[in-house]
Design a protein around this ligand. Structure first.
Ligand code: ARG
Length: 559
């Protein structure tokens, strides 16, 4: 259950006797648990409308809150904050009958992340869209939403012309590595040789218009690239995309969608190009039009995104379409969203989550040692090396599968714990530490819980968590577990995957404090307490496993 919601609703129900607006009353979880399990600003907020001092109001409402059956104790702090302590019995009841109650009304949500490119290796710039998009997808599914994940591939633009031009001269590549070298080579040549550039542009336009020779070449190399992408995503433990539908497949819908745009008079010819103006009278900042079709007659990036909205609306009719891309695409999405409204899609929430950069210590985009763009797998391999070094230093001998799982957790957790919008510094050695706010620490905690349960064997306790009074570390841990539902709902509502990661860290802290202060298997622990604590371990592992799974991490057997 969502304990926070239950407590909030119950308190507000009691305050209804005051017959006043309660919308600004909030129920918080104090940072310092000694102050109470929950606290409310009700007295401060209501002082003005009720014309009394906050303390007087607090004294007046205190008995109402104290009368709630689950409240053990109330007190007034500072100028009029009310602190509330729950009854241990209520905590036990809540934890033992914890059902994953879902508070959300199920929605159909289209998610657009990944957006990889045919002919280009996945690089560090794809880390956040992949990790955050995948975790958000998992959270939404966990809450009962119907999601559809789209990999809006860059597979139909000028890079395809550049690659085909290169292939026509140098022959067909044999694997993705070869293709990934062709695109930069051809680009360098195009930058030096205008004729080559013209050639690539012409090939692109002809490919888009159905030239069979170019299409045959395309159909030979594109699958190699796609296969490579699938391998990388599998190694990263990313859910398979529901649709690999990018610029090329969306293009099939351009003719019919264009009719809609023309009927609405939205397309304007401008210097040989076709554009869609999206500027509003209220704009202060410049708002360029959407380029619908270039003067060379080529399909544009914006046309693909706009048509993708059309495709998704008619195929999925989603309540939301959420995009996870680099924040440098903010303007692009503002334009696309405006044009979508003009085209008549106003029953859908279009949202762009623009993320910050992954940088080196210098604050500039992270580069490899030789100064090149770091590939996504290269970054994972750096984490693997770092984990290998640590494990070797500690004298342990862990199987490769475990090393890989730890490194992946290091990389993903570090990405998730940062606010999506902000930049962060990538440091392979910092993220692989087994202590502190890191993926390995999270996994280590789960491995520890598993090993406790393995040691106790099947001795689980039928009555669940049962001892009262609860010790403070037991109590804190149980309350943290009971906060999971609120976290997951808020993380979803705010599109804030960092809330999940940071909650998981707090949960692990509470688990380890409990483990240190509340012996379980020691000889002097009586049977009832042991059973009770084993039940706490089970409840902890249940929630921790869900959190770990939502982040796309895997718990190793040993660490
Ligand atoms: N392929 C693009 C790139 O690598 C990103 C695509 C983002 N998604 C989208 N719907 N435009 O820059």
């Amino acid at each position: 259950m969502n304990l926070h919601k239950f407590v909030s609703d119950s308190i507000k129900e009691k305050l209804a006797v005051l017959n006043t607006d309660l919308s600004n009353v909030t129920i918080e979880i104090p940072k310092i648990r000694e102050h109470g399990d929950f606290s409310t600003n009700a007295a401060m907020v209501l002082a003005k409308p009720l014309g009394q001092s906050p303390r007087d109001i607090a004294n007046m409402i205190l008995p109402h809150i104290a009368a709630l059956p689950f409240v053990a104790d109330t007190s007034i702090a500072g100028p009029g904050f009310i602190n509330i302590k729950l009854k241990d019995e209520f905590i036990l009841e809540s934890i033992n009958h914890k059902s994953e109650i879902i508070n959300q009304k199920s929605q159909i949500i289209d998610l657009d992340y990944g957006g990889y490119n045919i002919g280009k290796d996945l690089h560090i710039g794809h880390l956040r869209t992949t990790v955050v998009g995948d975790t958000f997808n998992r959270i939404a599914k966990h809450l009962g939403h119907k999601t559809k994940s789209y990999n809006h591939m860059g597979d139909w633009g000028r890079p395809m012309g550049l690659i085909i031009a290169w292939i026509l001269e140098h022959g067909m590549p044999t694997d993705a590595d070869e293709i990934n070298k062709m695109y930069p080579a051809s680009t360098t040549r195009a930058n030096e040789d205008p004729e080559w550039m013209e050639r690539a542009k012409k090939i692109t336009a002809e490919l888009q218009n159905g030239n069979p020779e170019y299409r045959k070449i395309y159909d030979t190399f594109a699958p190699m690239s796609l296969g490579r992408i699938d391998d990388i995503l599998a190694r990263l433990n990313i859910l398979p995309f529901d649709e690999n539908r990018g610029e090329r497949l969306v293009a099939e819908y351009i003719p019919e969608f264009e009719k809609v745009l023309i009927a609405k008079n939205l397309i304007v010819t401008d210097d040989g190009a076709e554009i869609i103006p999206v500027k509003l009278n209220t704009d202060n900042a410049p708002m360029p039009p959407i380029m619908w079709r270039s003067s060379a007659g080529a399909q544009t990036y914006a046309a693909a995104d706009l048509t993708a909205v059309y495709y998704r609306m008619r195929t999925d009719n989603p309540t939301d379409i959420i995009y996870f891309t680099d924040s440098r695409q903010n303007l692009h999405f503002t334009q696309v969203f405006r044009a979508s409204r003009l085209a008549g899609f106003d029953n859908v929430n279009l949202q762009h989550i623009g993320y910050g950069a992954v940088t080196g210590a210098d604050g500039k985009p992270f580069k490899t040692r030789d100064g090149g763009v770091a590939s996504l797998i290269g970054v994972l391999d750096l984490s693997v090396e770092s984990v290998q070094k640590r494990v070797a230093e500690s004298g342990k001998n862990l199987p490769d599968e475990t090393i890989q799982a730890i490194a992946l957790a290091a990389l993903k957790f570090n990405d998730l714990m940062h606010d999506v919008k902000s930049d962060y510094i990538f440091d392979a050695d910092a993220i692989t530490s087994f202590e502190g706010r890191t993926g390995p620490y999270i996994l280590y905690t789960a491995v520890r819980l598993n090993s406790i349960l393995k040691r106790v064997g099947a001795h689980t306790c039928a009555q669940g968590v049962c001892n009262t009074p609860l010790q403070s570390d037991e109590r804190n841990l149980l309350l943290t577990i009971l906060d999971f539902n609120r976290i997951i709902n808020t993380a979803f509502d705010r599109r804030a995957t960092d809330m999940l990661a940071n909650y998981t860290y707090d949960l692990c802290q509470s688990i380890n404090t409990f483990y240190h202060n509340c012996p379980i298997l020691r000889d002097d622990v009586d049977t009832a307490t042991r059973a009770h604590r084993i039940a706490i371990v089970q409840k902890s592992l249940e929630t921790l496993s869900i959190a770990i799974d939502l982040m796309g991490l895997k718990i190793p057997d040993e660490m």
